[in-house]
Design a protein around this ligand. Sequence first.
Ligand code: SF4
Ligand code: SF4
Length: 119
Amino acid sequence: MPWIDQETCTGCGICVNECPVDAISINIISAEIDMAGCIRCGICHDICPQDSVRHDSEKVSEKINDNVEMTKKYMALCAEHLSDMQEKNKCLNRMRKHFNSQKIIAERTLEELEKLEGN
Ligand code: SF4
Ligand code: SF4
């Protein structure tokens, strides 16, 4: 899914004009995408002169770090609120189950998407 790098976007408006579903607008000085309206066509990515429209895959490391930090936060909160250090590991196991289910969802979704090829 596309996202706009606010650091490099100059707000030139080219992507706003080219988006086929008017999902991009200029917010003060830079562009932003209404993801509810975006149809993931990739045009904005291809035409941006600043290379400011980026792809989800570029946020993988950031998302992994966020997930690890979120897990650490919940582990600490479980231990604190339940007054039991063992709750840390129970929380860790719950988070493992959560991310494992996300992994299964992603894997099975990819399997289903394979079947769409050529349809
Ligand atoms: S084309 Fe690129 S630089 Fe111009 S507004 Fe869109 S994202 Fe920003
Ligand atoms: S990917 Fe396509 S629909 Fe989505 S914001 Fe960019 S140009 Fe618009």
